[in-house]
Design a binder for this molecule. Structure first.
Ligand code: FMN
Length: 183
């Protein structure tokens, strides 16, 4: 059995991107994967909530792919979350549209892995910094997946970018695969 995976991707300047572009290219041809580019779809930031809810409803797993900006999401992705995850749809009474759909954060960071943690200049681990998103997923009944993180994204050479793309593709394939419960 295969899950239909929706990759919601946000990068405000994809033409200047190296890391996010490499990750997107690595999954572009995958079966059962939809790549949904928010900045391309909504250059005016006017999110079409009905269309977004329909798209989410037609998939079984959600990936948010983005550069880490101020320990968080690019602004249009936050807008997308604010508008799309409506009360009575994503959470609250009758709000079970996303229930059971795994949720994966796929992020690229400028900072090295060693910068994330109590001894590093970023002070907190990625997992700690992603707590608001983990709580959001939990409220919507979405099983939280260990985040997929590409560190040091601004200094990667071509082969490192290629390897990062392949690792992300493998991660998405794992997510698409439903492992049957052992009876
Ligand atoms: C507005 C802004 C905020 C950023 N905030 C962070 C941050 O909080 N932590 C971090 O590690 N890198 C941060 N960065 C660096 C980006 O995460 C990094 O440039 C990006 O992941 C590289 O991916 P790309 O080649 O797809 O643009 C920030 C960059 C910008 C432009």
């Amino acid at each position: 059995v295969t899950r239909r995976v929706l990759i919601v991707a946000a990068h405000p300047a994809i033409w200047r991107s190296r890391a996010n572009r490499a990750l997107r290219e690595a999954v572009a041809g995958e079966a059962h994967v939809t790549l949904h580019d928010l900045y391309e779809t909504y250059p005016d930031h006017m999110v079409d909530v009905d269309a977004e809810q329909d798209t989410l409803a037609r998939h079984d797993a959600i990936v948010l792919l983005h550069p880490f900006y101020w320990y968080s999401l690019p602004s249009l992705m936050k807008e997308w979350l604010d508008l799309t995850l409506e009360h009575g749809w994503a959470y609250g009474p009758g709000g079970d549209a996303l229930r059971g759909k795994p949720w994966l954060q796929a992020i690229t960071t400028g900072g090295a892995a060693t910068s994330y943690g109590p001894q590093g200049y970023n002070r907190f681990t990625i997992e700690q910094l992603l707590a608001p998103l983990e709580a959001t997923a939990a409220l919507c009944g979405c099983p939280w997946q260990a985040p997929h993180v590409v560190h040091g994204a601004r200094t990667m050479d071509a082969s490192a970018l290629m390897a990062a793309g392949h690792a992300f593709r493998d991660r998405v394939r794992d997510l698409a695969q439903v492992v049957p419960a052992v009876a």
